[in-house]
Design a binder for this molecule. Structure first.
Ligand SMILES: [Zn+2]
Length: 456
């Protein structure tokens, strides 16, 4: 917080102060990208010490955990010392108060995960982190990282009131005209792209895939953005192939989470993902929390260096698997280490009996505010039937044996039926746990074994 923060919400003048904030954050990002490895290491250590001292003084959860482990923030004298500290699980974050003590309401936002990870959680960002994240995804920053000269961007994302994706529109309402809802029908998304004609498009792989399938099926003309930036789900080769058949632009993947913001971006030469070391520390650890050497994969544990509302320190809750690549890249981002593909973020679209496609987030959003659902999986095995597997919340009604007898589940069935239409049979089933995807410790929230006609 700085002395001019009180001006941020003053009519008219507020906009100027917000722009100054963004410029300040962009300068920080630009300086960090220009650093060599040694200088970047010193910078990260200073940031880490500061965020840990803050967490110790403001967040009782960390103080208690670290005390129990016999540790204090002063025990961090090098970046390696971070690995001595206990890991923060998703459950601990879910049960913690959302923001640091003493942070007033107008000084932070609270966002909720989309539920694509199975069970939503809330995370607070202080406003400075908000401006940092907006700066990081700005055109200036994209051009800086990829040495491009793009001008106009556009996003097709889930624009839920509690989604982190609406952050730019909260601070700068005029950006709303470049933000489109991923849950709108595909034909509207195609029309938006053709109207805005963006240089770059930010969206989920599943959205690009659904657009590509429609463009191919109906032989529609679509504007070609020079850069397609994807986030939220990893793309399999099948998805990349379908997207590549329709879109000629460069496809670049980003690694972002609601809890952290953007923490890695794909190398422009496709050598893996460059970790944005200057804003987060990504560790790869085994199941006991011990560091795994480069070349091997393990669990992703993230430390966010820019959040003061609820700094995430050694957070494992994103549930991703990745591994560092040995050696350095030769591209413009060579000071930033390379991570091998993130596994475990696969999500499918649902194909309706009339061959229309429903984006998976349309369905996961229907589940996330329902009580009594701890985990779920929406499965489509045939084109006219959906099975919803539900792991009940221990706090929920346990005695009933049939899912459809209980009000929250009856409501869920109704909501799904409304979206999927009468041609689709919806069944619910209680299970003890959700089966994991092959080669992944993460489970998929939406699985479809039905492929659009003409595709395999
Ligand atoms: Zn590279």
């Amino acid at each position: 917080m700085t002395y001019w923060d009180k001006w941020l919400d003053v009519p008219a003048a507020g906009l100027l102060f917000k722009i100054l904030k963004i410029r300040q954050k962009l300068r920080q990002i630009q300086d960090a990208i220009g650093m060599d490895e040694a200088r970047l290491g010193e910078y990260r250590l200073a940031q880490l010490k500061s965020v840990m001292a803050h967490a110790w003084s403001q967040i009782p959860l960390y103080r208690e955990k670290w005390r129990a482990a016999g540790l204090r923030p002063e025990d961090v004298q090098s970046l390696d010392d971070l690995a001595k500290f206990p890991i923060l699980s998703k459950e601990e974050l879910r049960n913690a108060p959302p923001a640091a003590t003493g942070l007033s309401r107008d000084r932070h936002y609270v966002f909720k995960t989309t539920g694509s990870s199975g069970s939503p959680i809330s995370i607070a960002y202080d406003r400075d982190k908000g401006f940092y994240e907006i700066a990081l995804i700005s055109t200036f920053s994209i051009n800086l990282h990829f040495q491009l000269r793009l001008k106009k961007g556009m996003s097709i994302l889930v624009l839920d009131d509690e989604a982190m994706e609406i952050l730019p529109a909260i601070e700068f309402p005029r950006f709303k005209k470049f933000l489109f809802d991923a849950l709108e029908p595909v034909e509207n998304q195609i029309a938006h792209i053709n109207r805005v004609r963006p240089d770059y498009l930010v969206t989920y792989p599943s959205v690009l895939k659904n657009i590509a399938l429609r463009v191919q099926a109906d032989q529609i003309k679509i504007h070609q953005p020079a850069l397609l930036m994807t986030t939220g789900e990893s793309h399999d080769d099948h998805t990349r192939k379908i997207i590549g058949q329709t879109f000629a632009g460069e496809l670049i993947d980003g690694y972002a989470a609601t809890e952290t913001g953007v923490i890695a971006v794909e190398c422009p030469r496709h050598n893996g993902l460059h970790v944005l070391d200057y804003r987060a520390i990504i560790e790869i650890v085994d199941d006991e929390g011990r560091p795994v050497p480069p070349g091997q994969s393990g669990n992703v544990v993230a430390t966010d260096l820019v959040n003061r509302a609820f700094p995430l320190i050694r957070y494992s809750g994103m549930g991703d698997i990745a591994g560092y690549r040995p050696g350095r890249c030769t591209c413009g981002l060579r000071a930033l280490p390379l991570l091998d593909r993130i596994e475990g973020r696969k999500i499918d679209s649902i194909l309706l009996p009339d061959n229309r496609i429903v984006h998976p987030y349309r369905l996961t959003l229907l589940v996330q505010d329902l009580p009594g659902v701890q985990k779920f999986q929406i499965r489509q095995e045939t084109q006219d039937e959906i099975l919803v597997l539900i792991v009940r919340d221990p706090a929920g009604a346990r005695e009933a044996s049939s899912a459809e007898d209980l009000p929250p589940y009856r409501e869920l069935k109704k909501r799904l039926q409304d979206v999927l239409g009468g041609g689709m049979t919806v069944r619910l089933r209680f299970v003890d746990d959700i089966p994991r995807s092959e080669n992944s410790h993460k489970y998929q929230t939406v699985v479809s074994l039905v492929h659009p006609p003409g595709r395999s």
